[in-house]
Design a protein around this ligand. Structure first.
Ligand code: ZN
Length: 137
């Protein structure tokens, strides 16, 4: 299994574990994603004030849109774009793990998972982060 964007998220040891996003945290408490070292966008501190932080890919749906037509030939619709507010704070935009005609309600609990998106030349699976609704208890 090969991760498509290892700079953006971790690859859990177990396939059932939730991947973590590689974000950052400022000394002022502001949390952001992805990690960058230009400085805090809230208070302006730079350098050692800004440190990497692993953010659990769990949160609540804030928006979704089903794409039925896309200009890029390598993006085959239909697919669903989602915005998820992580419990850690930042809002991330990603894709739903599978197409879904029925719209998910805003506030739906979501979690990240690694989904196979293709095969490498040697046949190894290539995985990328997607979000899926958490079944309600
Ligand atoms: Zn700050």
């Amino acid at each position: 299994m090969r991760t498509l964007k290892p700079d953006l998220y971790t690859t859990p040891e177990s396939p059932t574990s939730v991947p973590e996003l590689r974000g950052g945290r400022c000394r002022c408490g502001y949390v952001f994603f992805p990690m960058q070292s230009y400085g805090c966008e809230k208070c302006g501190l730079t350098g050692e004030a800004v440190t990497p932080a692993l953010l659990r890919s769990e949160g609540s749906l804030t928006a979704s849109a089903r794409v039925l037509l896309h200009a890029a030939k390598d993006r085959t619709p239909p697919f669903v774009v989602v915005a998820v507010r992580l419990d850690a704070g930042p809002v991330v935009r990603s894709l739903l793990d599978r197409d879904r005609a029925e719209q998910l309600p805003i506030g739906t609990r979501m979690r990240g998972l690694l989904t196979e998106v293709g095969k490498a030349d040697d046949g190894e699976a290539i995985v990328d982060l997607r979000f899926t609704p958490v079944p309600s208890a």
